[in-house]
Design a protein around this ligand. Structure first.
Ligand SMILES: *Cc1c(COP(=O)(O)O)cnc(C)c1O
Length: 464
């Protein structure tokens, strides 16, 4: 076996990493001076670094490791598939058993009106595919002017040109002149940060009606689609008020535009249903998926396509001039199938809904009592803690926004748990196999992390 393991001392690995490796979403210069943390092993919800520290993976890698780390069932399935057919394409009138089996399986799991899938290798590629499908669909329907896709500020749809453009991350747009033409952004349903002068209910309605307003302003005959995550993930686990999705549904029902539910995080059990669309009763025309599809064991994504869109895309005949060398890759499809086997046989989706979800939610929401926390929120197995300088003035952010969050993230790591900082929100999205004991440990570590962060912020004059 030739796994690249920790055969070098930590210092040597850090040095080589600093010399040759450009990290995603990082200040690589600063990181090179500090040195990367080197993860060498992982099992279940636990990571091990090159110094032998055990760290609870509160983020399931990057929102993706639903079944936990180190599942040999998936490794074995990939090994068997690679031994039989390691690669072939699906372009030229060919297919292969794993791609067929996975497409059929996904159609069974998805809402009933979604019966076909286009495969790719990531969530970003899925959203590039969405971009091209929406335009091609409307061309085929004889409405080529319906090109604009409406996204939301602070939404995340990936890092390629189309993905970053559809997303509403201003820091990403600022580099490279994004968004590309034909994308329009509306406000997000982020009540704690932007809506607290209204009730959550009223704010949810108002934000939903932003969509209606944008369609009217742009003209319905120029708008092709609206794209949104059921719950915003990378934007900070933003759970919309209960009034939001029903009102968006009303608006979409009255308008002739496509709805794209980006399920890259919410899919595969994260919210206690197979897809976030089922959780909120949404009926998307297109559903990009990735992450939990393979639990991150191999890269794979896809776009599930509704019968209605298929009629326009496929029904009239003619090529769709789009595809990836690795569309439907057999080894990745085998990993996905083995992953779905685990999710099904261990009842992980149901477990999030009725067992570990409610168990962790109750304890996580209790952290809202901490003096540093303005709001604790969680749905399914994704949660956030809003750090604030004063409980008396709950919605006032820190002056130097983002700094306390990073401090808290570093302290969490030191205490043996991965939480992610988004602005000054602390985020978790643990593997769906988290046990009750591990959930208790997670909450206890979060509490100890908050205490230590509070102590330092107080000492340094950050708090009221
Ligand atoms: C992560 C993510 C993407 C991008 O997926 P990649 O595999 O990183 O390209 C797209 N949409 C959402 C909602 C995501 O969370």
């Amino acid at each position: 076996m030739t796994a690249v393991s920790n055969t070098y001392p930590t210092a040597a690995l850090r040095e080589a990493d600093a010399a040759h490796h450009i990290h995603p979403f990082s200040d690589t210069k600063a990181l090179n001076e500090e040195g990367s943390r080197i993860i060498t092993h992982a099992q279940g919800v636990w990571l091990t670094d090159s110094d032998g520290n055990r760290i609870l993976d509160g983020m399931a890698g990057l929102w993706c490791v639903q079944v936990g780390h180190g599942r040999t069932e998936i490794a074995d399935a990939v090994h068997a598939q690679m031994s039989e057919l390691s690669y072939y394409n699906t372009f030229f009138k060919t297919t292969h058993p794993p791609a067929v089996a996975l497409a059929e399986r996904l159609a069974k799991l998805a809402p009933p009106h979604l019966n076909r899938v286009f495969f790719c290798s990531s969530g970003s590629e899925a959203n590039d595919t969405v971009f091209r499908m929406v335009r091609h669909y409307w061309d085929q329907m004889g409405k080529p002017d319906k090109k604009v896709i409406i996204g939301r500020w602070n939404g995340y749809h990936g890092s390629t040109l189309a993905g970053a453009s559809l997303g509403g991350m201003k820091a990403m747009h600022a580099q490279g002149g994004l968004p590309v033409p034909g994308v329009h952004h509306i406000d997000q349903p982020y009540w704690f940060g932007e809506g607290h002068d209204m009730s959550p209910e009223a704010f949810g309605l108002k934000m939903a009606r932003e969509l209606e307003r944008a369609i009217d302003e742009l003209g319905e005959d120029t708008v092709g689609a609206f794209i949104a995550e059921p719950v915003q993930g990378a934007g900070g686990v933003i759970i919309p008020p209960d009034s939001y999705w029903p009102e968006v549904k009303r608006i979409l029902n009255e308008r002739d535009i496509l709805f794209v539910a980006d399920e890259v995080i919410c899919g595969f059990g994260r919210l206690g249903e197979w897809f976030g669309s089922q959780f909120y009763g949404l009926e998307p025309d297109l559903m990009p998926i990735a992450k939990g599809l393979t639990s991150g064991y191999l890269p794979m994504g896809g776009v599930l396509v509704s019968d209605r869109v298929c009629e326009g895309l496929i029904g009239k005949g003619g090529d769709f001039n789009h595809g990836y060398t690795y569309s439907g890759h057999p080894a990745c499809a085998a990993a996905a199938l083995a992953n779905l086997d685990i999710i099904e046989s261990e009842g992980l989706v149901e477990r999030v809904k009725t067992d570990i979800g409610p168990y962790l939610q109750e304890r996580w929401l209790g952290l809202g009592d901490h003096p540093l926390v303005g709001e604790a929120r969680m749905t399914g197995l994704m949660g956030a803690l809003e750090l604030v300088p004063s409980k008396a003035d709950l919605h006032r952010p820190f002056k130097d926004a983002g700094v306390p969050g990073l401090l808290c993230r570093d302290i969490s790591f030191e205490k043996g748990m991965v939480m992610r900082a988004v602005r000054d929100s602390m985020i978790i999205s643990p593997p769906l196999v988290l046990t009750h004991e591990e959930a208790d440990h997670l909450v206890a570590t979060a509490l100890a992390t908050l205490d230590e962060t509070h102590r330092i912020l107080k000492r340094d004059g950050w708090l009221d």
